[in-house]
Write a protein that binds this ligand. Structure first.
Ligand code: G4P
Length: 198
C-alpha cells in the first residue's frame, strides 16, 4: 500500500535493527486520513471472505480496525490487556508473550460479543513473532467462531510471525512488509528506500 509505505519512509524512525517507530501516525498520534485508507484497503482485500466481526487488541489495533469495520459494516471487538471493572461476563482469556517487552500479558474478551456463528477478521498494527495474533486466534476458537483471515498494517517479515500464521493455513494480508531495518534503512519486500532520520 503506497500511502502507508511513503508514511513509513517520511515519518517513521528506525530505532534499532528490529524496531520501527511509527508513533507519528499509528502508535501514538493517529493519522485519520491514513486510517481511512487502511480501512478501505483491508475491506477490499477481505471482500471475498465471510466476515461478521473484526477482532483486534488494544491499543494500536483499534484505529485501523474501526475504519475497517466501517467499510465492512461489521462491529469491532478489541481484546483487553488490562483488567476491566465491567468486563465480567463469560470471560475468554489467552496468554500472549511479548518478545519485544519480555512480558506475559493475559488478553481477554467477553464471550457475549463473539459467538459460534461469527466469522472473525483479526486485525493488528504490527506482526512480529505472531504472539498477539495467535492469542486472538485462540480467543476466536474458544468462542467456537471461525477465523476469516488476519490483516496486519506493518509486518516485520524478518521475524517469523507471518510464516507461522501462513503455515497454519490462515489468509494473512499485510499492507507493508518489511524485509529488513538494518543500517537505518527500511527495506520493503518489494523495493528499498531509505528512512529520513533527523
Ligand atoms: P508479536 O505479537 O507479533 O509476537 O509481537 P511482539 O510481542 O514483539 O510485540 C509486542 C508489542 O510491540 C506490540 O504492541 C507490537 O505491536 C509492538 N511492536 C513489535 N514490533 C514493533 C516495532 O517494530 N515497532 C513498533 N512501534 N511496535 C512494535 P503493544 O505492546 O500491544 O502496544 P500497543 O498496541 O498498545 O501500542
Amino acid at each position: 500500500m503506497e500511502l502507508l509505505k511513503s508514511k513509513i519512509l517520511t515519518e517513521g524512525k528506525v530505532l534499532k535493527d528490529d524496531i520501527l517507530k511509527v508513533d507519528a501516525f499509528l502508535n501514538h498520534q493517529i493519522d485519520p486520513v491514513l486510517m481511512d485508507a487502511i480501512g478501505k484497503e483491508f475491506a477490499s482485500r477481505f471482500a471475498e471472505q465471510p466476515v461478521t466481526k473484526i477482532l483486534t487488541i488494544e491499543s494500536s489495533g483499534i484505529a485501523p480496525a474501526v475504519m475497517t469495520g466501517l467499510y465492512m459494516n461489521v462491529p469491532v471487538v478489541f481484546a483487553r490487556k488490562q483488567k476491566s471493572l465491567t468486563l465480567t461476563d463469560g470471560l475468554l482469556t489467552a496468554q500472549v508473550y511479548s518478545f519485544t517487552k519480555q512480558v506475559n500479558n493475559q488478553i481477554a474478551i467477553s464471550s457475549t460479543f463473539i459467538s459460534e456463528q461469527d466469522h472473525v477478521l483479526i486485525l493488528d498494527d504490527f506482526l512480529a513473532n505472531g504472539q498477539a495474533a495467535l492469542g486472538l486466534i485462540d480467543l476466536v476458537q474458544q468462542a467456537g467462531a471461525t477465523v476469516s483471515g488476519i490483516g496486519i498494517v506493518i509486518e516485520k517479515a524478518f521475524q517469523d510471525g507471518g510464516e507461522k500464521l501462513r503455515d497454519k493455513g490462515f489468509k494473512v494480508e499485510s499492507l507493508a512488509r518489511i524485509k529488513s531495518l538494518k543500517n537505518k534503512t527500511v527495506d520493503f519486500l518489494d523495493d528499498t528506500r531509505e528512512v529520513i532520520n533527523e
